[in-house]
Design a protein around this ligand. Structure first.
Ligand code: PEP
Ligand code: MG
Length: 841
């Protein structure tokens, strides 16, 4: 780039034949409506900066960006024609909006073949968008190589600019308008509306859409959706301002670009769910067993009490602004995550949420209500509900879906406003349906006597599923969006073991479910009566049946249910609904309370395991491209060593210390264990302790299983976390709805790792437990006993059942038969064989 005498030379951002603008196969660009420019038919796959400057705009889909040169010239670079339809696929953005870049810097990498195959043209545009202030002179070239001079840009003389300003001033009141037929599949719903809004925002003119007898500003997403424009409808576009004509052309083009609905899939791509052949049955995946019937309660929003009125408007407005800011930040970070993971669908959805959150129609309605004395909470809820009513009244499914998005935002902002105080009223005995619940939702639902949970998304080993099992709450995940359409109050049967939600149970079925439940209750009572006794196999091998708990009240329940100890206290759950970090004293009290609840039994307390799908409000973690493979578990000590130190101190102060065992999550090498062991020894000296508590290692990544022998040399015990071990061994996200049925820890690969762990531990005389969900699966009990596991940490309601199972096993036979399972072909084959060898009644 040279910048002599105020002339800026732009270098070619791409290599290839050069075309004049009027020969570009796109009417809007060819007409010069977007500005003067030039086109290149690219031969390379990377767009480079044509000059030094700042990236002032980046298309969400990565196919276009605008750079502002240091002299103020603004240059739009648009890769291919109609490439917006690829919705980001085939584009890798290498810079962010706001970034300062240097000439020649790579900006976007793209898939040349894909664009050539799927789009109208590869021809790429370089447009000077503020041609009113600058003049462009192309370097006469037939073909150009990236980096070679392409065009000169000079500021127009003041007189010319003044003339242009005068000209536009005299046009300021002028209006351009035209009609267009909508080609967006499904009409003008959120995504195309967002596209229209974005297009309109690129111009200074005020633009409106008019349909039937209604009009809406193109600035308002909700206003646009509220017009209820369907596919094939004809609408009028009007633009007023100095660039009215260009805005009109831009909007007409955007309105007639059909956006494929394929990208409107749910956040978690719905992989093939087991199709249900029965009518009135939704099929999902069991996350916590049980069979229940009851009315369905759709968990959508927070119920607010009556507004007492008479609030200070300024104060309420301030509260709302703060809450909106908080939610905006949260969505921004979700978006950032989605971008890093190149999850275009998720990005789309949250970008639309962000736009909805900034929507003037919503904000104005809420502020007006606040000005009239409403509380911020009620003003926000009412503003959302009014908009939902408009969308629902349109009677079109796609618009109704958007009402769901609005309700999501209602929930998020209300939560931000209410902090820890929010709650909902649940009719006792309900089966709750939701898109996907958070751990704190689940804890509250269980307190409010829900009898079952069904979720549209989620995975069977997600943390919500774990909590549900802990509470003995039957739970089915991955049922699909249909579950959200089941009317409030409808009587349903949740057959969680079989992953079924029956939507129209007959009276006979209802009675049958009651009967089965009564029989189960009876069996459970019989098992319970024996639950306080130790579990020993028929040939005399003792298996300790401990419990996984998340709080002292769960520990009490576990103790009452006959737990031989706590096999896993997930300390991150103790403080899950907190906004401030617990200090050392508070932590010590929480751990002590669990110890106190367990009589003279031992308690295994795991150090904090955040990251991945477990996030704590008070502990914001660095954004990571792949958090499940990031600073999870013990790795957190790398970035926040003081947190682990604080927790270890708190743990060392419980009494009696001999009953407390410490467990380290996500260990992947021996050095991590050695470092923490050393730190623990130092702290013991500081606190004048003569004895260090036992220190165990979780085996939940394949590396740890493969290194079990080396770890066992320095650890006092090993505890296998089959949830993560499945996720990392099978390379399947434990929360992935579409893979939920396949993330099965009875996979022979997992069994091999468990066998290897037990063999490694045995060399050093250490014991091995299992604290992942597999321990609570009665079908797996004989296999785990057979492979050498001597402690099973299960969900408290299942203690009696698993003890009963152990008492009916012959350990020697288990040993012999489970070794054969290692050679089977799949988890399904293993399950089949288990059912054959050790049938479940
Ligand atoms: C596991 O991974 O199996 C485990 C017990 O830990 P968490 O489920 O808390 O990740
Ligand atoms: Mg884990």
């Amino acid at each position: 780039m040279s910048n002599n005498n105020n002339v800026l030379t732009l270098s070619a951002p791409l290599s290839g034949p050069v075309l004049a603008l009027n020969s570009v196969p796109d009417e809007v660009f060819a007409s010069g409506a977007m500005g003067d420019g030039i086109a290149i038919d690219p031969l390379n796959d990377c767009l480079q900066a044509p000059c030094d400057g700042v990236i002032i705009h980046v298309a969400r889909t990565g196919h276009a960006l605008t750079i502002r040169a240091d002299n103020g010239a603004e240059v739009l670079m648009h890769v291919g024609i109609d490439t917006v339809e690829l919705n980001g696929e085939g584009f890798a953005l290498l810079v962010k909006e706001g970034a300062r870049v240097s000439q020649g810097q790579a900006l976007v990498r793209f898939d040349l073949d894909r664009i050539a195959r799927q789009c109208k043209s590869l021809v790429s545009l370089i447009i000077l968008t503020n041609s009113d202030r600058f003049e462009l002179t192309p370097v006469p070239l037939k073909t150009v190589k990236v980096g070679e001079p392409l065009m000169h840009i000079a500021a127009r003389s003041t007189a010319t600019v003044q003339a242009a300003v005068d000209n536009s001033n005299c046009e300021a009141g002028s209006e351009a308008s035209a009609s267009v037929r909508i080609t967006h599949r499904g009409g003008l719903h959120a995504r195309p509306a967002a596209l229209i809004r974005k297009t309109a925002q690129g111009f200074s003119s005020q633009s409106h859409l008019h349909f039937a007898d209604k009009s809406a500003s193109c600035d308002s997403l909700i206003g646009l959706m509220g017009l209820g424009i369907g596919e094939g409808d004809e609408v009028r576009v009007s633009c007023r301002g100095k660039d009215a004509e260009a805005a009109l052309q831009g909007l007409l083009a955007a309105l007639s670009v059909a956006v494929s609905e394929a990208h409107h899939a749910p956040v978690v791509a719905a992989a093939p769910r087991r199709a249900s052949v029965e009518t009135d049955v939704l099929q999902g995946v069991c996350a916590a067993p049980g069979l229940v019937c009851g009315p369905l309660f759709r968990l959508t929003g927070i119920e607010l009490p009556q507004d007492t009125g008479n609030h200070s408007a300024a104060e309420q407005q301030q509260r709302l602004d703060t809450a909106l800011e908080q939610v905006r930040d949260e969505i921004h970070s979700t978006l950032e995550h989605a971008r890093q993971r190149k999850n275009v669908e998720e990005e789309d959805i949250f970008a639309a949420h962000l736009a909805l959150l900034e929507d003037p129609a919503l904000l104005e309605a809420a502020s007006a209500a606040i000005a009239h004395g409403s509380a911020a909470t009620h003003a926000w809820r009412d503003a959302i509900q009014a908009q939902c009513a408009v969308l629902l009244a349109l009677g079109k499914p796609l618009f109704a879906e958007r009402a769901n998005d609005l309700r999501d935002l209602q929930q998020r902002v209300l939560r931000a406003l209410l902090g820890e105080a929010w709650h909902f009223e649940l009719p006792a005995g309900s089966i709750v349906s939701a898109h996907e619940l958070t751990p704190s939702d689940l804890l509250q639902l269980s307190e409010q006597q829900a009898v079952g949970i069904c979720m549209a998304e989620g995975g069977a080993t997600s943390h919500v599923a774990i909590l549900a099992r802990g509470k003995g709450l039957p739970c089915v995940v991955a049922l699909g969006a249909e579950v959200l359409d089941v009317p409030q109050g409808q009587r349903v049967v949740l057959d969680a073991v079989n992953g079924r939600l029956e939507l129209a149970p007959t009276d006979a079925r209802h009675a049958e479910v009651q009967q089965i439940r009564d029989a189960q209750k009876l069996r459970c009572q019989q098992q319970q009566a024996q639950a306080q006794q130790p579990a020993r196999t028929t040939d005399g091998v003792s298996i300790e049946i401990a419990a996984n708990v998340a709080s002292s009240s769960e520990a009490r329940l576990a103790f009452e249910n006959g737990a031989d100890g706590v096999g896993l206290l997930r300390t991150e759950f103790l403080f899950v609904d907190r906004r401030t970090a617990p200090d050392e004293q508070e932590q010590r009290q929480a751990y002590q309370a669990v110890l106190d609840a367990m009589g003279d039994k031992s308690v295994i307390i795991r150090t904090i395991d955040v990251g991945g799908d477990k996030q704590l409000d008070y502990l914001p973690l660095p954004v990571e491209a792949n958090p499940v493979l990031g600073l999870r578990g013990i790795r957190l000590a790398q970035v926040r060593p003081e947190l682990l130190d604080q927790q270890l101190r708190a743990l060392l102060q419980v009494s009696p210390l001999a009953r407390c065992r410490i467990l380290l999550p996500m260990v992947s090498e021996v050095d991590e264990l050695l470092q923490i062991r050393q730190r623990l020894d130092e702290l013991c000296v500081e606190l004048k302790l003569t004895q260090r508590p036992e220190l165990g290692v979780m085996i939940e990544v394949p590396a740890a299983a493969l290194m079990a022998e080396q770890l066992a040399e320095h650890a006092d015990f090993l505890s296998i976390g089959t949830n993560d071990l499945s996720q990392y061994t099978l390379a399947m996200d434990r929360d992935h709805a579409g893979l939920a049925a396949r993330v099965d820890a009875l996979h022979p690969a997992l069994l091999r790792l468990i066998a290897q762990t037990c063999a490694g531990a045995a060399k050093h005389g250490r014991w091995v437990g299992v604290c992942g969900a597999l321990a609570s699966d009665p079908l797996a009990t004989p296999v785990l006993v057979g492979l050498g596991v001597s402690e099973l940490s299960v969900s408290p309601p299942q203690i009696g059942e698993i003890k009963d199972r152990v008492r009916h096993l012959d350990a020697a036979q288990c040993r012999q038969l489970s070794l054969e399972l290692l050679d089977l072909s799949s988890a399904k084959a293993v399950r089949h064989a288990c059912q054959h060898h050790w049938p479940l009644s």
